[in-house]
Design a protein around this ligand. Structure first.
Ligand code: SDX
Length: 427
């Protein structure tokens, strides 16, 4: 295989370098294309465009493979926990015992938010979506760390990483408490990352809250499986915002907003609303399949399909197995799980879905587990953000360390070549 590609434009040949990745993925390097030829490429949705070279996560969409820093997610799901996996993604290696204990301690001792920030919650209506609160509170954190915002000072960045990792969990739990009119529960230093989150979510001042180890395990599993996914919409957003030298809080807040969309992280909430609707309609999954196939319905099967996975989403497989195990251990019998399984079965046997290679994605079953933990639908995308945070941080850090230039795509202009200004009385 040659290390260049030949492109002929207006009869003139051009040699373009070929770049080959760790698993033999190939790219035509067009970084000099416009300078050499005057041409740009067009790829709306970036389906064929590599935005960067990255060492963090590898996805093989045809074979359902997902690896964080080379380690398959099935192995991490079985052997690791969310804090260790976060360290792996952010710092590029599994931590030693000392490194893990230092990182955990940092997360523990930076879990409080400035007391003044509690007043921000009073300004939101109880019906405010927690993703709106999460993004604005995370961006507002930058007001409290004016001396740590320089994205090009590694010391300041290292100072912020455990703070944003820890405080986003507190902000999320507080937004839930505020939405149900309960007093916020402050973090407790003796608890680990996930147990502390559950404590802040479900404990009340008037009684002792017993943390269920099964729920802690299931939460670690879900957060690990959501932790990174290479150049998805929200991670690409974090990278392009970070490329302008915006600080870490601002870049993460932008990622949260991109994740909110129902085509992306908002799908997990949409899946549960879809399953509840099917349940209200007597469990008629065929009607949902028919609507999803009808282009005029505007309805899509939430939790189905993926830009990259064209065989199966390995995360969906792990979560589906966990649903059966965890719900059985918790003694939960959720009819929505049976509806989800019947819906999957029906879709996977329908030519429309098979021809388009539409399979359950990470969002299809995750809500069943969140719901079994007592987490409400509106908080599902917040949970996705909590999981994806180490991924966003790792890509932002990689971008800063590789001194990438500001992201600024080109376009093909198709508007009027020239137009005159017409005075309003003549329009
Ligand atoms: C996530 O990128 C990532 O890595 C994302 C993510 C991550 O970890 O960061 O994996 C997380 O966002 C998962 C996806 C969650 N979204 C949903 O579940 C929403 C429902 N899915 C779709 O909207 C859609 O499948 C996307 C957005 C996920 C992918 O969209 P694409 O790649 O742009 O595919 P497309 O819209 O071009 O669809 C191709 C065809 C179309 O039909 P035709 O025009 O060819 O006839 O498939 C159809 C679509 O209409 N189609 C669906 C469908 N998804 C695609 N039809 C019915 N139901 C669906 N869910």
């Amino acid at each position: 295989m040659g290390t260049t590609a030949e492109l002929k434009l207006e009869g003139k040949p051009y040699e373009l370098p070929i770049i080959v990745g760790s698993h033999n993925e190939k790219a035509v390097d067009i970084r000099k294309l416009r300078g050499d030829t005057g041409y740009v490429t067009l790829d709306s949705g970036y389906e064929n465009t590599g935005a960067c070279q990255s060492k963090i996560t590898y996805i093989d969409g045809d074979n359902g493979i997902l690896k964080y820093r080379g380690i398959p997610i099935e192995v991490l799901a079985e052997k690791s926990d969310f804090v260790e996996t976060s360290y792996l993604l952010i710092y590029g290696k599994l931590p030693t015992k000392v490194e893990l204990s230092n990182f955990s301690r940092e997360l523990t001792y930076h879990s409080l938010i400035h007391e003044d920030m509690l007043r921000f919650y009073d300004g939101y209506p109880p019906s405010a979506h927690p993703m709106a609160i999460l993004s604005s509170m995370v961006c507002s954190l930058s007001a409290y760390y004016p001396d740590s915002l320089d994205p090009n000072d590694p010391k300041q960045v290292d100072n912020l990483i455990p703070r944003v990792m820890s405080k986003i969990r507190t902000i999320a739990a507080y937004s839930y408490k505020k939405s149900i009119g309960q007093p916020v529960m402050y973090p407790v230093n003796r608890l680990d990352y996930c147990s502390n989150f559950l404590h802040m979510m479900f404990a009340v001042p008037s009684e002792q809250y017993e943390i269920d180890p099964e729920v802690v395990k299931a939460l670690n599993l879900l957060l690990i499986l959501h932790a990174d996914h290479e150049q998805n919409c929200s991670t690409s957003t974090v990278r392009i915002v970070g490329s302008s030298d915006a600080n870490l809080f601002a870049s993460i807040a932008a990622g949260i907003l991109a994740l909110w969309g129902p085509k992306h992280g908002g799908a997990n909430q949409a899946v549960m609303e879809m399953l509840e609707e099917i349940q209200r309609n007597g469990g008629d999954t065929d009607a949902a399949i028919r609507a999803a196939k009808d282009k005029n319905s505007g309805f899509r099967l939430s939790g189905f399909g993926h830009r990259v996975y064209k065989n199966f989403d390995p995360r969906a497989k792990v979560i589906k197995v966990a649903c059966d195990k965890v719900l059985a251990k918790m003694g939960v019998n959720d009819p929505l799980l049976d509806i989800a399984k019947r819906l999957e079965e029906a879709a996977l046997n329908d030519p429309y879905f098979v021809e388009r290679k539409l399979y359950p994605n990470v969002d299809f079953y995750s809500g069943i587990l969140y719901r079994a933990m007592g987490i409400p639908n509106e908080m599902f995308t917040v949970m996705f953000a909590l999981g994806r945070l180490p991924g966003w941080i790792s890509h932002w850090k990689e971008l800063k360390e590789s001194n990438e230039r500001i992201g600024r795509p080109r376009q093909i202009y198709t508007g009027p070549a020239h137009a005159e200004y017409v005075p309003i009385e003549k329009r």
